[in-house]
Design a protein around this ligand. Structure first.
Ligand code: CMP
Length: 146
């Protein structure tokens, strides 16, 4: 069965990297069911990353995510959550370069904070974050038919 995940191309990603990421997403067989450029408010970024609010890097993370437009994507494919995470590679690009040199973070991320892309960590988070970002548009039937 097809599954959805929320993918984010984070602020400050150069346009040529953004285009390459979008091309690669399609080349790997994902359907881009929704795409939206969004500038997150601080409040939205804090809510989006609420699972990380106790982390020492939380305020830096919120600053980064509000700095400019994010490309918000709903990706649809069998096993989409896991496959998008594999495509991104590990959070820390220095680790990604060691263990997954073809991954997006190995190729494009600046450091562990400014790591270019985000993806939901499990199906429940995917549903929650899709709803948060896309609201009504993301009701299951509409996403599947998109
Ligand atoms: P992401 O996968 O979007 O989920 C949480 C984000 O917090 C992560 O990508 C990074 O942008 C950031 N992050 C995770 N760990 C650290 C860290 N140790 N130091 C700074 N930023 C981090």
């Amino acid at each position: 069965p097809k599954e959805h995940t929320l993918a984010v191309i984070k602020p400050d990603t150069p346009e040529e990297h953004r285009e390459e990421i979008l091309k690669e997403i399609q080349a790997r067989g994902f359907t881009i069911s929704q795409l939206q450029e969004t500038v997150l408010s601080r409040e939205m970024a804090e809510e989006f990353y609420k699972e990380h609010q106790e982390k020492p890097f939380f305020s830096q993370l919120v600053d980064y995510m509000c700095r400019g437009p994010c490309t918000m994507l709903i990706l649809t494919k069998e096993n989409a959550v896991e496959e998008w995470r594999a495509m991104m590679g590990p959070t820390d690009p220095s680790k990604a370069k060691e263990t997954a040199p073809e991954s997006l973070r190995a190729r494009f991320a600046k450091d562990i904070l400014e790591n270019t892309v985000h993806g939901s960590s499990n199906k429940q988070h995917a549903q929650e974050k899709i709803h948060f970002v896309f609201g009504e548009i993301s009701s299951e039937s509409e996403v599947v038919s998109a």
